[in-house]
Structure formats: C-alpha cells, structure tokens
Design a protein around this ligand. Structure first.
Ligand code: IVH
Length: 693
C-alpha cells in the first residue's frame, strides 16, 4: 500500500464520520466498529511513522487528533476489542543512539486528551467514581507545547536531566539542559526536607525568539523551522552543548513525579514551592477550581487569551489537587487518571493551493502569495498565505494544486509548513517566477546572495508613494510638508505618478485637495522649487538606488560631478571609487540601465533640477534674505534664483528668521524700521554681491 492509499483513506474516514477534534465521534454498532477498527489503527501507525521517524507528517495535528480520538472512543465503548498492539497502548519513543540511557524514577507518562465540555464532565465523573469522593478540587494550568524533560535534584543539586524517551527510559541530556538558564543548578529543597526529587517540565522557545530565528535563517537562505516545539526538541538533543547554549531555550516545570521526604499535601503547594525555589512554573496562571463548570470557564477564558502569552500553549491541564488521591486513582497504561489535558482548537490545517500570485511591495520586493481553498485555522479563515520568496518555494517544492500543511502559531502570520507530495495530482503545475514586474512590467533584478527579486523602476506604481517620500526626505531633497500622507494624497488624486511629476504641480492642483489651503499649497510649491538646487549628491540619494546611501551618493557626486557621467560609467569605473564594491556598482548600473529611470532623470533636468556637482551649493544653506529697494545688478526674480542656487532662500517680509536685509536704491521705510527694531543685520547690494561672488 502506498502513501496515496493512506492519505486518501484518512480523508475518507475523517469525512464520512464527520471527525473533528472538538466534536465527539459518532457511536458505531459493534459490527461496524469491528470493520473499521483495523483500518484506523493501520492509519495511525502510518501517520506516527511519518511524524516521528520521517519527520514528515502528511496530515495536520488536528486531523491526527481526530483520528486518534475516534479510535479511543471505539475502544472505550468496546474494551474487549482493544489489542496489545493498538496505538493507544503504547508510549511513543524518540530514543537516538547518541546519549546515555537513563531510567526515570517515575515513568514519564502522557495525558489523556479532552476536546469539549462533555469530555471534561466525563473525566470529573470518572474521578469521583474511582475516588469515591463527592467533592474534588481541581488545579488548572496551561499545557505547554514544547519538548518534555525530567530533572533530578539530589541534596539541592541538579544532577540529571533527561528526555522522555519511551517513557521508562530517556536520554541523558544533562549537559545540554545545564545551559538553560531557567533551570537552577542548585535549589534549596533541603529547606523543605527534600533529599531527592524528580520534576517534570517542558523546554520551550518563545514565539518572538522563534520568529527571529526563522527570519535570520530566511535571510541567510536556509530552510525555516516548522514550529517552536520541533526546534526545542531538536535543540536539547544536539551533540554540542555550546550550540545548545546559543539557542534561546527556556524550561518550565509543572509536576513533581517522585519525591523523598516532602510533606506537601497538594499539587498547588508543590508548584508554589518550585516557584519559590526559582523555577519557571505555571504558578501565576494556576487556578484552583471547585467544580467542573469553573474548570470549563477557566479553560475557555484561557483559550481566548492564549495568543497574548509569549510562548505556545496547546491546551490546559486539569489535575486533581489533593495528592492523597493520586494513589487511589492510579494510572492507565499510558496516562494518570488524576489528570486530563483539554486541547485547544488546532492551529494547523491542510488545504489546497489554488494559485500563486505575485505582489510588489512598497520597496520593490516581489512576494509570491498563495491563494488557498479557504480553511479555518484556530478560529480564523485563511485564504491566502505568503510564500516569501523563490527559494522558499523551491526548498519546499511547492506546486499549484498541492495539498499544503498550513500553520498559524500565536500571532505569527500563517505559513506553509510543508506540502504533501504524495497527494500531488497529475495536473499540478510548478510555480514560474515572473521575470518582469507584475505592476509596471519592467525587468526584475536579483542581487546575488539575496532572496528577493526586485523591481527597480523608479516610477513603478506599486512603489510610488514610498519613492516620493524618500525623495522628499530631509537627507534627500528636503521638501518640507511632503511626508507619507501627502505623498499618498497626491498619488491618489492622480497628480503625481513619479518624482518628476512633483515639478509640474501647480497651486490650483493642490488647493482642490482636502488637506490644502492656499498658504500650505504655496509652501509646498516653494519647497519643491527650492529642492531643485539641493545638489547632485542629494538627488542621487533621493533616487533610492539600492545600496546608495548618503555617503556613497556624496562619493559618486564628487568623483563624477555629473549624473550623466555616472549613468554611463561601467561597473569597473564605479568600483574605482573608494568603498564601492561589486554589489553596489552592479546595483547602480542596473538602475541606469533601465530606460524608464533615464526618462525620469531627463524630466528632472528639464524641470531645472541641478544634476551637476556645484561647489557653491550649500554655501549659504539656511540663510534667509529680504530685499528692499531696487537692485542694480539684476531683477529681484533673478537674485532670488541665484540665492536659492546657493541653498539660501528669500522672503518678502522681515521676521526673526531673516538673516540679512539687502538694501538697494530708494528703499521703503517699513522693512528698514522693522529690521532695526528686532536687530536684523542690513547689508548693501555690494556686500550682497560679494557673498554670492
Ligand atoms: S502533567 C504524569 N502538566 O503534555 C503527568 N504535562 O500531551 C505529567 N505538558 O506528556 C504531565 N504542559 O509533556 C503536565 N502543565 C502540564 C503540561 C504537561 C505540557 C506535556 C507533557 C505531557 C504532554 C501530554
């Protein structure tokens, strides 16, 4: 029987019996139970193998749970049908040959799962029946989704740490666990007359840390980890403790499984003690409940806030609080009868990739986005998911029409964990990455060593707003009043589709817009005009070429002195400049090789933007002149133009911002009087001409 058989059969059974983990499976008559029982066991064995041995699950955790739950429910009704080799009768193993084997003092058992209120009430009923108690107090705490561990403390020292292994025998990973800072190497158990204690807990990785690790791996072009649990489990079994120490692992402890010399009477007291001794525990989230209704309410509440926790939890654990009842209740072959896990709705699902579209980000990055057959994931419907970049698609071997396993961990965005290759239909299509921008059609580029394909067309509609904002920014053309919101407004009003359009703006275009009055419109037009003379290095920076920051722009400007010379320079010529390497040179060449970019630069030149290095630029930066009386050298307009080309500006009236009042022939008295009264320096036309030589 091949993979396809098992996958199809699984789907068929899930569908025909309407199995989901949060609903009770249907009751089957014995003959029918007999017929399907073997198939279900066979399927579970197959999925166990895929999950534990191959590390390649082909169904989601939720589907697996539903199947397992179905088997359990049949066996509960017909216990005589249980066979010793049924998957429900074994504790799975993860032993590898690299570590010493150690026997746990108390076997590391699993927990029985519950999925709904009814299951919890059944659990309550069973506990009361077996213990013959009418009233039971429960302790409810989060169920951490990590890698199980057991810790042994002798005479206050941490002496041994182990993985779960087959439940009886685990692997000695003491050296690795010692690197985890939340595991105290010494804890004062002797204060409580405890000589020897075995504690159970979980190694976890916080969601933020996990996200960061994956982001870094993605940037380095490495494959991403599926979830924090797998990464935690892999980490504690690494061969080199130094490598383990580099991982952001944390350990939480939640159960004392063996103790010599303690007198605690409740689980709550035990956890409080561990909390006081410096362990990370569920203490702050633990709730003592007097009834199953209270338990249910708390479980539901916690499910609603699960995403606010810094780490993953996949449910709640309900434990009988009184320790004296533990012995009375005992264990089944694989789980204690005094505890039960309430599982939250799964955050993994499988669905079909219907198509892949490509979107252009505001910075020109091309992102493939998979359109999915809508699927519910932890209460949210997911219909599309980012595939990040071309490497991600190739590594995961994603095809259109593939069945994909989707996961949404915490507030982390949903993503494709894997595709089920065995379920790939014959007409599945491989994903062809575009060579040209889906927004503007220009040729895409990809820098060696980078994951993303990018569109570098300066007038690409998808990037216009960000490009304009950058062009207008303080270090570039310093156009005051042209931030994100105004750039968006101008673009939405179809007034500006690229940076060259800025220089065609007229006052009457602006006053029609909601944000502009006459004065603010005039201010913006003035600021745009002033930007023309900011100089070559600022223009180069403002064009937003990848890797060309302010310093590189200045070096280019000084070396070539003219934008058209830069535009024709070869990569070798560019690399002759200090600090310009092959990646930067290539990026500059790619920018000028694109015809659309040259067109924009031509329009900037036509609009009067200075594209040559001018030594005097910036000499009078920040200075404000006011003129009074007639100038003999030239008209006021001409003087204004010259002044602005030096980086200074001209105002009509005297204010505290005025630097000089230039006094020509037959000056009026108003400006002179005002300048004198507030102490503004007055200069003659000759002095003024000297300043601008
Ligand atoms: S108590 C003997 N409490 O969930 C009973 N287990 O799916 C010991 N787990 O095998 C288990 N959080 O590895 C317990 N607060 C918690 C837990 C917890 C996570 C793990 C544990 C267990 C698995 C069962």
């Amino acid at each position: 029987m091949n993979d396809k058989y098992f996958i199809d059969k699984t789907k068929e059974i899930l569908k025909s019996y309407h199995l989901t983990p949060d609903k009770n499976p249907p009751h089957l008559p014995k003959e029918e139970a007999l017929k399907v029982l073997e198939t279900i066991r066979e399927l579970i064995n197959y999925h166990d193998y895929r999950y534990y041995v191959l590390n390649q699950p082909v169904i989601s955790d939720a589907e697996y749970d539903a199947l397992y739950h179905f088997l359990k429910s049949i066996e509960n009704v017909y216990p005589e049908l249980i066979t010793p080799d049924s998957p429900t009768q074994r504790v799975s193993s993860d032993i590898s040959s690299h570590f010493e084997e150690v026997k746990h003092l108390a076997p590391m058992l699993s927990l029985d799962n519950t999925y709904n209120e009814e299951d919890l009430k059944d659990f309550d009923r069973r506990v009361k029946e077996l213990s013959k108690e009418e009233y039971i107090e429960y302790c409810v705490e989060p169920k951490y989704d990590g890698a199980g561990i057991s810790l042994l403390y002798e005479n206050d020292l941490f002496v041994r740490g182990a993985t779960r292994g087959d439940g009886e025998v685990g692997e000695d990973v003491t050296k690795n666990l010692k690197t985890i800072k939340t595991i105290p190497l010494k804890a004062s158990f002797s204060k409580y007359d405890i000589k020897l204690v075995e504690i159970r807990g979980e190694v976890i990785i916080q969601k933020e840390d996990f996200k960061k690790i994956n982001e870094e791996r993605m940037q380095e072009g490495l494959s991403v980890y599926a979830n924090p649990r797998n990464l935690a489990a892999g980490s504690i079994r690494l061969q080199d403790p130094k490598e383990v120490a580099k991982r952001p692992l944390q350990a939480l402890v939640y159960q004392i499984t063996y103790v010599e010399g303690n007198s605690s009477k409740t689980h709550y007291e035990n956890i409080k003690m561990l909390h006081k001794l410096g362990f990370k525990t569920p203490f702050e989230y633990m709730k003592l409940c007097k009834s199953m209704d209270e338990v249910i309410e708390y479980c539901k509440y916690f499910e609603s806030i699960r995403d606010t926790l810094p780490y993953e939890i996949d449910g709640m654990v309900i434990k009988v609080n009184g320790l004296s009842l533990y012995d009375k209740l005992g264990f089944t072959s694989h789980a204690p009868r005094w505890a039960s896990a309430f599982k939250f709705k799964a955050k993994q699902a499988t669905t079909i990739i219907q198509d892949v579209l490509f979107s252009v980000g505001r910075t020109g990055n091309i992102t493939p986005v998979a359109k999915l057959e809508p699927v519910s994931l932890g209460g949210v419907t997911i219909s599309s998911v980012s595939l990040f970049n071309e490497d991600f698609i190739r590594e995961k071997d994603i095809h259109i029409k593939d069945t994909a396993v989707i996961e949404r961990a915490g507030e982390v965005i949903p993503y494709v964990v894997s595709v089920v290759k065995e379920a790939r239909p014959h007409d599945a299509k491989s994903i062809v990455f575009p060579t040209h921008c889906p927004s503007c059609g220009s040729k895409l580029v990809r820098t060696p060593g980078e994951a993303a394909w990018r569109c570098i067309n300066i007038s690409c509609p998808a990037q216009v707003v960000l490009r304009i904002k950058h062009y207008a920014s303080k270090d570039a053309m310093d156009i005051k009043g042209l931030g994100d919101a105004v750039a968006q407004l101008l673009y939405d009003a179809k007034l500006v589709n690229n940076i060259a359009d800025l220089y065609d703006l007229k006052i009457f275009d602006l006053v029609r817009l909601p944000r502009f009055a006459k004065k603010s419109a005039q201010n913006l037009i003035d600021a745009i005009n002033t930007s023309k003379t900011k100089g070559l290095s600022r223009v180069l920076y403002g064009l937003g070429m990848r890797y060309v920051g302010l310093t590189t722009a200045k070096k280019l400007s000084l070396a070539f002195k003219d934008i058209w010379k830069i535009s024709k320079a070869s990569e070798e010529e560019l690399m002759n400049i200090e600090d310009i390497g092959d990646v930067v040179a290539r990026s500059i060449r790619e920018f000028f090789d694109l015809e659309q970019n040259i067109e924009i630069i031509k329009r900037l030149e036509k609009a009067g933007v200075v594209l040559k290095e001018q030594e005097h630029i910036g000499k009078l930066q920040g200075i404000q002149f006011v003129f009074t009386g007639a100038l003999s050298c030239c008209s006021r307009e001409k003087a204004k133009e010259i002044v602005e080309s030096f980086g200074a500006n001209v105002s009509e009236s005297i204010s505290k911002h005025t630097s000089y009042l230039v006094v020509g022939q037959d000056p009026g008295s108003t400006k002179l009087r005002k300048a004198n009264s507030i102490g503004i320096k007055t200069i003659t036309e000759e002095e003024f001409l000297k300043m601008i030589e």
